[in-house]
Design a protein around this ligand. Sequence first.
Ligand code: ADP
Ligand code: MG
Length: 677
Amino acid sequence: MAAKLAGIGIHTLQDVLFHLPFRYQDRTRLSKIGQLTPGREAMVCGEVLIADVVIRQRRSLLVRINDGTGSITLRFFHFSQQQVKQFERGRQVRCFGEARRGPGMLEMVHPEYRLLKDGLSAESELDTTLTPFYPTTEGVQQTTLRRLTEQALSRLEVAALQDLLPARLLAHCGLPDLVSALRIVHRPPPQADVQALLEGVHPAHRRLALEELIAHRLGLRLLRVNAQRQHAPLIRPPGTQMGALRHGLPFALTGAQDRVLLDVLNDMGTDEPMLRLVQGDVGSGKTVVAALAAAQVVESGFQVAMMAPTEILAEQHMLNFSQWFEPLGISVGWLTGKLRAVQRRSAIEAVAMGHQHIVVGTHALFQKDVEFNNLGLAIIDEQHRFGVHQRMALRNKGADTHTLPHQLIMTATPIPRTLAMTAYADLDVSVIDELPPGRKPVTTVAVDNVRRGELIERVGAAIDEGRQVYWVCTLIEESESLQAEAAEDTFATLQELLPRHRIGLVHGRLKPRDKEAIMQSFKACEIDLLIATTVIEVGVDVPNASLMIIENAERLGLSQLHQLRGRVGRGSEQSSCMLLYQAPLSNNARERLGIMRETNDGFVIAEKDLSLRGAGEVLGTRQTGLAEFRIARLGRDDDLLDDVSNIADQLLAAYPKLVQRLVRRWIGEEKKDYGGV
Ligand code: ADP
Ligand code: MG
C-alpha cells in the first residue's frame, strides 16, 4: 500500500492531509423524490410499491418506491433472488444514486441502498459530513483514502500539524486556521458551500493555497538571501573591449537593449552576485546584450559560461560569439555532450586552467567534472528549459564556496506577474520591451491539411521570388527519432514535388557537424527550403527566411507555436507563417490557432497559454524541478499574491524559525537545493 500511495505522492501523514478530495457526495440529508432533477446525485427514502423482474432488452429488477412526493424506479441488472425477495411491498428503502430520466419516470441504476429496519426513521443514521472522493490510483480504494484521512484528521487533535502562520499576520485575510481548513476540505459540514469547494475557492482551500504559495516564495527568497551572502567578482573595467564590440556591430542597440545592458553592468559592478532574468520577446536581441556583458567580464579577467538548451542553439551562439570576439583576440570555447572523449578532456582542461575565457555549450557545462578557473558570469539562454536545480548547479561553479558567479538568465517566455512572484522570486527582472526597428509582424494563417498540394505550390512560388522557407515537422511524441522520421518522409515528398529547388533537412539525429553545415548553408542562401524538426524551436536566427509552414499546428501549445514562428519576421521582408492543421479541430485547438492569427505579442500569448494550459505546463514543470503546486493554482489564486508577498516578507523579518519549517513542510526534503536551504 505504501508503494501505491507513493505513486500518488503520499509518503507522510502530512501528505495525506494535503491530498485533497476532488468531489463530494451528500449523504447527510434526504431529498424529496418529487423534487429530484436528472443528472444529480441524491439520497432518497421511500416505500416499496412494487418489485418486478422484467425481461426486455436485458433482464432487470425494477423496484418502484414512493415517498409521498413522487415515485422513482430503482433498476438493477445484476441481482440475486435473495435481493428480489427483500423488496417486499411496504418496506422502507433508503438509497443514494444519480437520478436519470427513465421510461416514464426518473430512475436510479444500481443505487447504493439500505432497507430500513422496522422502527428506524428515514432520517436516522445519516452521515454528519459530506463524503469525499480523492484522486487515486489503481489498487487504492476510496474507502482506504477515507480511512487514512480520518486517521490523519484525528491526529490533528493531538496537534500533529502545527499552524505555522502567526494569527496576527492572517487576521486581515478572514481565512480559517490550518486545522479547521483541513477539516472542512476533507469532511465538509452539511451546510458547506460545495460549489466553492469544488472550484477550490472556498476559504478553507484559500487558507491552504496561501500557505503553500508563501512557502514557495520563501524557498526562493532564501535561495536569494543565501546567494547574496556570498561574494561575486567585481566587474568594473574601463569597457574598452565592450566598446570595440559595440562599435563593430552592424546596428545600434535599441533603447531597451541599452537600458537592460545598464541594469546588468550595474549589478555586476558590486560584489553581490547578480541574479537577473532578462525577458525579451523572440527576436528582441538578447544575445548581443549578453555578449556585451561578457566582454566586460572577460576584460576584468574572469571567465564566462554561456549555456543553451539545445545543440543547435549552442552552435549558433558559438558562431555569433566567435565572429564577435575573435577580432578582439578573445577565444571562444565549446563544450557539449556530443564531443568525443579526447576533445572533451582538452576542452575541460582549457576551462580549468583558465585558458578559455568564454565557453559556449549545453547542459554539458553543468557536469560535475567541469571546473572553471575563475567563472565570473554564467549566462543561461532560454531559461524556461532549465530549472531551479540547474540554476543552483551553475551557481555552485564559482571559484570557491564563498564566491558565486554573476548570473544572467535570458528567456523569450514572458513571465506573467503571478509566476514572477512565485516561481522566479529569487530573480530580478529586466524586460527588453522593444524590437529592433523595421521588423514587420508575421502574417499568420491557418490552412486545412486537405489544401496541402496548393500550399506546396505556393512554397515553390515563394522560393522563385527569392524567399527562404522553413517547413517544420512536428509530432505529439517528444521523441526526436520519430520526429526525424517524419521529417525524412516530408523531405522525400517535397523533393519530388519541388524538383527545381534546393531543399535541406535538419533534425536532432544528425551529427552536430552536419547540422551546423546545413544551418550554415541555409544562412548563406545555398538552401531554399529547410525541412526541420522542432530542433529549430529556440533561438535559430536566419533573417532572410520569411515563410514558415508548421505541420500539425493544432497539436502544439501556444508558446511553442510562438517560439517557432519567431524564426521568421527577423529581416525587413514581410514574413508569413502557415499553420497546417488536421480537421476537425477541438475547441481548444481552434482557440489556439485563432490567437496565433490575431497577435504577435508574446505577452498576450503567454497569458492566454497560462489560462488555457495552467502554470505547470507553461513552465515545463518536469524540467523546472518546481513541482506543480499541490493546492494552489496560478490564475485561480492570483488575488492571494499580494498577501503572499507581504506575509512572506514579515515572516522573513520576524520569524526565521517558522520560515524553515514552512519551506520544509511544503517543499520537502527531497528537493534539498531549493527547499532545504
Ligand atoms: P533573441 O532575443 O530572440 O535571442 P537574437 O539575439 O537572436 O534575438 O537577435 C535577433 C536578430 O536581431 C539577430 O539577427 C540580431 O543580430 C539582430 N539584432 C539584435 N539587436 C539588434 C538591433 N538593435 N538592431 C537590429 N538588429 C538587431
Ligand atoms: Mg535567443
